[in-house]
Design a protein. Structure first.
Length: 180
């Protein structure tokens, strides 16, 4: 039996990076973001108070025998990137920090959805193509949800919708707890 390794990155729409050299914080339900985690230089050319750079890192190992794929072992994690995330501390509020945390939680939600979908992938000669398609779809869904979240909450300014999104994401994370 031969083991072949493939590494694929699903990164934030905000930047491109290599997971091995980029400082990161792995998502944890027990550890919430703090303003001290935002270490990047603020963009003073925007009205935005903060930016969360997060992403899904995906890698997998293929198991082969006689040039046939007989299995694979995926690894999917959600990360926050402190050096690419920034905040204008003078303008912060707890509402904005909660908004930024939810961006990270949305990343974890999609990591869990990805793990769930990977668990249903059938072993075949088309495995790599199937995983690649799934990978692209998860990235599209993740980016779309991030955009919808900002639009519907008006970047945290619409408190009623912010609270709706927090409840929705919390419920979704609980439903996919087994994919944590």
């Amino acid at each position: 039996m031969k083991l072949v390794f493939w590494i694929l990155l699903c990164l934030s729409p905000f930047f491109i990076s290599d997971k091995s050299s980029e400082p990161s914080i792995k998502w944890s339900g027990a550890q919430k973001l703090q303003w001290d985690d935002f270490k990047g230089k603020p963009n003073n050319n925007t009205k935005a108070v903060a930016l969360t750079a997060s992403g899904i890192v995906f890698e997998y190992a293929l198991k082969t025998s006689d040039d046939n794929i007989i299995g694979f072992e995926p690894k999917v994690n959600a990360f926050f990137y402190p050096e690419k995330s920034w905040v204008k501390l003078a303008d912060t509020t707890s509402v904005i920090l909660n908004h930024e945390q939810l961006h990270f939680d949305i990343t974890e939600l999609h990591a869990r959805r990805f793990r769930m979908e990977l668990g249903a992938v059938k072993i075949s000669r088309q495995l790599v193509q199937d995983i690649d398609r799934l990978h692209l779809q998860i990235n599209r869904d993740w980016a779309k949800m991030q955009e919808n979240y900002d639009r519907e909450t008006n970047f945290s300014r619409d408190l009623a919708n912010q609270l709706k999104w927090q409840a929705y994401i919390s419920t979704q994370l609980k439903q996919l707890e087994s994919y944590k």
